[in-house]
Design a protein around this ligand. Structure first.
Ligand code: ADP
Ligand code: ADP
Ligand code: MG
Length: 448
């Protein structure tokens, strides 16, 4: 096992990884930008090394500085968390060259799955259902338009390098095609430095259902059930739950096995997620694979009783999976609300600043993953998620009651938050009945 791990991230996920390491007796090294001098991860790790200025490209995306910090501190492995360098194959490769273990899949798997149009092609040849659309990437707007004509409108144009809901556009008819395609393309260029695009049929009123998998270096790959992440705003997740209200034993087995097959087709190792769209006719389609730990991983941990971060570390250290597929039992129900410093009344504008008073919910079945503390100043340089509120109940009804109670207890003074907005979701009749799809926030709550 590793003696020391460097965490190439910040915020709540850095804290989450420090916690796992501490329980495993592994020392931790935090890296921080000048904006994070007083951040909790900087304080909580055994050592902390400043890696540059506030701007992500100078610090949390600065591969040279992170690798130097690793060598300097004597850490044997790097945990990349999510976002930043977590899906950067070049970084995974550089770690390898420096004899540092990257806690994640190898560069080749990241490459294959990270490029979403390439991943589609691989899935098609492995016999996994994908959303109807282009074979791989499209070479130009004309080819894209021809495909749209063939599969029929509405369609979605998506960036191959996309992530975080960006570089995606719905196109309803031919007349708006060129403009929408070019807009998505230039957004992709700006956000990802890559404007390769692909086309998919727009699935109407789908649910986003994803499967967590774990794969070791000995060919063992298992699925740990699903998460329903259909509560989204602008294609970004807001609230997630496990299990999905629409899941059955048979469907879980079928989709879970498809997820395992998808992972095996790229010789995947470590933790990963296969995202599917599930349509109103009960059909499912591969959408993408996230080759990293995900924001919403705690709800799977709550219903399976498996610590995914510890599993990631053990796998990276070369241990064989101790858990077998038949050991996976879904126990009770878990919900996660992403608590962001933002103002829902002003178009969800980020609300950085000083937290003057913080009271966090507690009691049975409540878990809070956060890097916030009383008096902490949220810097404006990074994303606005300040906490993940996770509840676990015996069944969905109890989980909802717990979430309602926990949101009610939660006090954050000094910055705006989406706590009331989450409260609105959890109290909605349709949500309570489990009747929702990815259009819930825009259609039912009439929020853009
Ligand atoms: P999850 O499914 O884990 O919620 P998200 O797509 O919301 O994944 O992304 C998790 C984090 O990673 C977010 O902070 C998001 O902004 C960031 N992220 C995801 N993809 C990219 C990308 N291609 N480039 C930069 N940041 C990304
Ligand atoms: P990202 O890499 O940004 O996470 P995804 O491909 O996972 O992008 O899509 C993000 C979200 O956009 C999905 O969860 C879903 O709500 C919506 N979406 C993506 N593709 C389609 C599609 N073909 N039809 C309908 N909705 C889609
Ligand atoms: Mg996605």
């Amino acid at each position: 096992m590793f003696k020391k791990i460097l965490i190439a991230n910040r915020g709540e996920i850095a804290i989450r990884i420090i916690r796992a390491c501490r329980e495993m007796g592994i020392e931790t090294v935090a890296v921080y930008s000048t904006a994070d001098k007083d951040a909790l991860h900087t304080e909580m790790a055994d050592e902390a090394i400043c890696i540059g200025a506030a701007k992500p490209s100078s610090s949390y995306l600065n591969m040279q500085n992170i690798l130097s910090a690793t060598v300097l501190s004597g850490a044997e492995a790097i945990h990349p968390g999510f976002g930043f360098l977590s899906e950067n194959s070049k970084f995974a490769e550089m770690c390898k060259e420096c004899n540092i273990t990257f806690i994640g899949p190898d560069a080749d798997s990241i490459d294959k799955m990270g490029n979403k149009s390439k991943a589609r092609e691989i899935m098609m040849s492995s016999g996994i259902p994908v959303v109807p659309g282009s074979q791989g990437a499209v070479s130009d707007v004309k080819e894209a338009m021809n495909i749209a004509e063939k599969i029929g409108y509405p369609v979605m144009v998506k960036a191959s390098a996309g992530g975080g809901g960006r570089g995606i556009r719905i196109i309803w008819n031919k007349s708006e095609f060129i403009k929408a395609f070019e807009t998505a393309k230039s957004e992709a260029k700006g956000a990802f430095g890559d404007d390769t695009m692909y086309v998919e049929k727009f699935i109407e009123s789908p649910r986003h259902i994803e499967f967590q998998i774990l794969a070791d270096n000995f060919g063992n790959t298992i699925y740990l059930g699903e998460r329903d992440c259909s509560i989204q705003r602008r294609n970004q997740k807001v609230l997630e739950e496990a299990p999905s209200p629409v899941m059955t034993e048979e469907l879980r087995k079928e989709m879970g096995e498809a997820a395992v097959k998808a992972a095996k087709s790229v010789n995947y190792k470590n933790a990963g997620t296969i995202e599917f769209l599930y349509d109103k006719y009960g059909k499912y389609y591969f959408m993408e694979m996230n080759t990293r730990i995900q924001v919403e991983h705690p709800i799977t941990e709550m219903v399976t009783d498996i610590d995914l971060i510890k599993q990631q570390i053990k796998i990276a250290a070369g241990q064989m999976l101790e858990i077998k597929q038949q050991d996976i039992k879904i126990r009770g129900h878990a919900i996660e609300c992403r608590i962001n410093a933002e103002n829902p009344d002003e178009g969800f504008r980020p609300s950085p600043g000083k937290i003057k008073r913080l009271y966090v919910p507690g009691g049975p079945g409540i878990r809070l993953d956060s890097a916030a503390y009383n008096g902490y100043t949220i810097p404006p340089n990074y994303d606005s998620m300040i906490a993940k509120l996770i509840v676990h109940g015996d069944d969905r009804e109890e989980a909802i009651a717990k979430m309602r109670r926990a949101l009610w207890e939660f006090v954050v003074d000094g910055v705006d938050t989406n706590i009331d907005f989450q409260f609105q979701i959890i109290n909605n009749e349709d949500f309570i009945e489990g009747k929702y799809d990815t259009g819930f926030i825009s259609k039912k709550l009439k929020i853009k």
